[in-house]
Design a protein around this ligand. Structure first.
Ligand code: GLV
Ligand code: MN
Ligand code: MN
Length: 398
């Protein structure tokens, strides 16, 4: 089979047009937004034109199916609230190009998927988590986004397109191509990363509730200021994690919502996201204990009520040896001596799909290691090299 680099790049730029925003090649295409749904409708059309049968499942995951059993390639096409043009989109369009080339060549059989809500507007990799059974649909339906919209309500917008969930037994394995989203390949000058394993993650919302009050008349010693509780919590966990973490461990408070969020009001309520990631499940559990103990101590010391949202998480996952070997052979064929094996610190749909079938992943470099930002980019020659590695691996596996 012969992939067409120009056709692949043209499709990738076309997808960027759905939700194009911000500086450079930025994209705003969160799950179930108008831009996301329009992009999915366009992708379904492109799948059809490529000789695949498009199929939406009940949560908006879009499959492009070939006949019989096949290898599944893909990623996601939703974006972060402020995202780049390649995160997820690259893996979907590369999959489309490889499947299209395979159709033209008369094989091997390859299907394509674009998972929904990988970026976690509602949960953590919600679409693939529901498909793989790691999050039951009833549980996902109870999740809300940061503005309070429910998952059930959001996915209902696509109900007219939805068929059943696809039987995973149709597929022999899943391979996901993605940008690295970190500085390693860009720093070393290597063209390709073959992923060894994907880290685990925990994510939850924490709420401190104090007393909303007047910012001019309320003496400092009488305040129950929810923002001060968040600030104290952050300082305390940074200090306490020191004994537990490794240089590869990461944690983030990425979203804070203060109520009522006004300069002359002592905030009465603060809800914030607490997320942490590591390759070791035991360490993730130890960090959870520290987080809960610290939140409880601070709540007590500062007169706060404390509550937690649902705890979301995925375990670390190792890549399948056979699929990985095919990617390594492809990498050596396309970029001899200029690729490496590496872990993934970002989360991917492959983690969920690993519950259903063998999975593997392939990275291309990210310029400056930047992602989840409008500035995210990759040299087009590197995108094409990655496409060629994916096609090589698919041909070997086919
Ligand atoms: C996925 O985008 C992640 O947060 O790693
Ligand atoms: Mn992604
Ligand atoms: Mn992402």
């Amino acid at each position: 089979m012969k992939v067409d680099a120009e056709r692949f790049l043209a499709d990738l730029h076309k997808l960027r047009g759905f939700g194009a925003a911000g500086v450079g090649k930025g994209v705003v295409r969160p799950a179930y937004s108008k831009a996301d749904i329009a992009a999915r409708d366009w992708l379904a059309e492109r799948m059809q034109q490529a000789g695949l049968t498009p199929h939406f499942d009940p949560v908006g995951n879009l499959f492009g199916l070939t006949e019989g059993r096949s290898l599944l390639l893909g990623s996601h096409s939703d974006s972060q609230p402020e995202g780049g043009w390649l995160d997820g989109a690259l893996g979907v369009i590369a999959a489309l190009e490889v499947a299209r080339a395979a159709q033209e060549a008369g094989g091997p059989p390859i299907s394509v998927v674009s998972f929904e809500d990988e970026e976690g507007r509602f949960g953590v990799t919600t679409g693939s988590a529901v498909w793989a059974g790691s999050t039951p649909l009833e549980v996902a339906d109870g999740l809300t986004d940061r503005d309070g919209t429910g998952f059930a309500e959001a996915r209902a917008v696509m109900a007219d397109r939805a068929g059943d969930f696809i039987d995973p037994a149709r597929f022999t394995g899943y391979v996901e191509m993605h940008i690295e989203q970190g500085p390693v390949l860009d720093g070393s000058g290597e063209k390709v990363g073959v992923v060894t394993d994907i880290v685990g993650i925990r994510d939850m919302r924490i709420t401190f509730t104090g007393q909303q009050n007047h910012a001019g008349t309320t003496p400092m010693h009488l305040r129950r200021d929810a923002f001060q509780a968040v600030a104290a919590f952050n300082a305390a966990i940074n200090a306490r994690f020191c004994n537990v973490v490794t240089p590869a461990t990461v944690w983030t408070i990425g979203h804070v919502s203060l109520h009522p969020n006004a300069s002359s009001i002592v905030p009465g309520r603060a809800t914030f996201s607490m997320q942490w990631r590591d390759g070791d499940s035991d360490r993730l559990a130890r960090m959870e204990r520290i987080i809960r103990d610290t939140a409880e101590e601070i709540a007590q010391a500062q007169g706060m009520d404390l509550s937690y949202g649902p705890m979301l998480g995925l375990e670390p996952v190792a890549m399948d040896a056979t699929l990985r070997a095919a990617l390594e052979a492809g990498a050596e064929a396309v970029a001899p001596g200029n690729w490496r094996k590496m872990p993934s610190g970002a989360l991917h749909d492959a983690t969920n799909v690993a519950r259903l079938m063998p999975v593997a992943m392939l990275f291309t470099p990210s310029i400056g290691g930047i992602s989840h930002a409008f500035e995210e980019d990759t040299d087009e020659a590197d995108l094409v090299a990655g496409l060629e590695v994916l096609a090589e691996a698919a041909a070997r596996l086919g």
